[in-house]
Design a protein around this ligand. Structure first.
Ligand code: PLP
Length: 478
């Protein structure tokens, strides 16, 4: 697609939007300007291609299509069937999966669908057939009561939030921590690395129905063959949430035992992080689990977002190219450059480094909380998010860490030298930031003082790199 086509398409679209609600058109222009002008280092964000973005802005948004391909609860779904079939076919081929379900609206939806599917397959199915029930509609109120009790007494073992897991992996305040008896595994207190022996021992003691692998903030690869062995030893279903690293799987950076697809019974994911697609979720499963995953609607979901399923198809098609494989490798290489950049400047990293797309900086050595560091960095145009470190003394709100990710800036063309400079700029900001006090003069975990001139200095240096690697080069809005 040529630059002028994209420029005129977006300029005209913004004119149409402005004719109805100019403030939304203005905010949309401003968002592009802001994204262009900042160092986006949030590990879960990326920049989707104009083709992916444009696919979301169509009349597929208007169509209801509850149900599954060829089996909808609404008339006139023939084109949605086409779109969903293509997206699922691409997902199966891209990841080498037996079955793909592309309806989940987000990663959390994908996880909820997966949990209920596994319950349906492991608990509801056998329970129903043991009770001689062929059809859910035949269940009496007493049967439902029994079913609820049996579903509600299942166990889930996932990675704890402060070790890098996600809310939906059994965190107490999340629905996943309420619908299951939950337990969590952590990382080795010395190394910060996953301790498979400790995990195995915990699994043997806890005997989960579902073992969840995957992470939001763990800067290392996981051995999914070992995870499957542990799951098999305790009779658990292995569910891998690859929301963060799906791009590294698609791009063949994670292969063999680091690729979850051949080992997990069910894999959930988002499409918008390292995979660089539209915001959304999807599920891969073995044939065995496919029928229950297919019941995502009506079990958990309503109408699928057909326009987003279409955009997932486009993103999956992009991810099948050699260019995407090159991109994925650069994401991992750049994370190493960023980590080395921090280490050579004396900063402390959780696990001492990275071998995926995440670098987790422990900012306590700068005398700061994650909250203070995140705010000071933002003042200098460096967009990150604060994150807990293992056994974080500052809890999940203030935290002691800053999570960095390389997918977005790698999409802009940043390489080794730029990421080394990013490390230099971050260290510059943090060494020039002091923890602040509250109104009463007591130490505060939120306030901070950034020395004069630092924000300007860092913003200027980043502007040089950002200008050299423009976001959506050639996209000029009139
Ligand atoms: N799973 C993991 C591992 C994540 O990191 C996230 C998001 O940060 C999600 C699931 C949820 O994704 P979404 O925000 O699309 O619901």
């Amino acid at each position: 697609m040529t630059d002028s086509l994209i420029s005129s398409a977006y300029s005209q679209a913004l004119e149409v939007i402005a004719s109805v609600e100019p403030r939304i058109a203005d905010a949309t222009r401003q968002e592009l300007a802001d994204q262009r002008a900042s160092l986006k280092l949030i590990a879960s964000e990326n920049y989707a291609s104009p083709a992916v973005l444009m696919t979301m802005g169509t009349w597929f948004s208007d169509k209801y299509a509850e149900g599954t391909i060829g089996h909808r609860f609404y008339a006139g779904c023939q084109n949605v069937d086409t779109v969903e079939s293509i997206a699922a076919e691409h997902a199966r081929e891209l990841f080498g999966a037996e079955y793909a379900y592309v309806q989940p609206h987000s990663g959390i939806d994908a996880n909820l669908v997966a949990y209920w599917s596994i319950l349906a397959h492991r608990v509801e199915g056998p329970w129903l057939s043991d009770a001689g029930v062929k059809n859910m509609n035949d269940l009496s109120e007493a049967d439902w009561e029994k079913l609820r009790a049996s579903l509600g007494n299942q166990r889930l073992l996932g990675m704890s939030l402060d070790a890098g897991g996600h809310l939906t992996h059994g965190f107490r305040p999340n629905i996943s921590g309420k619908m299951f008896h939950q337990n969590q595994y952590g990382t080795d207190p010395e190394t910060g690395l996953l301790d498979y022996d400790a995990l195995r021992a915990k699994a043997k003691e806890f005997k989960p129905l579902i073992l969840v692998a995957g992470y939001s903030a763990y800067p290392r690869r996981v051995n999914f063959a070992t995870m499957r062995e542990i799951a098999d030893e305790v009779g658990a279903t292995l569910m891998v949430d690859m929301a963060h690293f799906a791009g590294l799987v698609a791009g063949k950076v994670f292969t063999g035992e680091e690729n979850p697809v051949p080992y997990a019974h069910v894999v959930t994911s988002t499409s918008h992080k390292s995979l660089r697609g539209p915001r959304g979720g999807f599920i891969l499963a073995t044939e065995e689990y496919a029928p229950s995953v297919d019941r995502g609607c009506p079990m958990v979901l309503g109408g699928p977002l057909s326009h987003v399923m279409a955009a997932k198809a486009v993103a999956f098609a992009e991810a099948r190219t050699p260019e995407f494989q090159g991109y994925a490798q650069r994401v991992a290489d750049n994370a190493k450059s960023l980590a080395e950049g921090f280490l050579t400047r004396g900063a402390k990293l959780v696990t001492g480094g990275t071998d995926n797309h995440i670098v987790l900086l422990d900012v306590s050595s700068f005398g700061l909380t994650g909250r203070q560091a995140e705010s000071a960095l933002l003042d200098a145009g460096v967009v990150t998010n604060r994150n807990s470190v293992p056994s974080d003394p500052n809890g999940a709100w203030y935290t002691s860490g800053i999570r960095f990710g390389t997918p977005a800036l790698t999409s802009r063309g940043f390489g080794h030298d730029e990421f080394d400079t990013v490390a230099e700029l971050v260290v510059d900001v943090l060494t020039n930031t002091e923890a602040g006090t509250n109104k009463a003069g007591a130490p505060s975990k939120a306030t901070y003082v950034l020395n004069d001139g630092v924000a300007d200095r860092v913003t200027k240096q980043s502007a040089e790199m950002l200008d050299a690697h423009p976001l959506y080069p050639g996209l000029v809005l009139s």
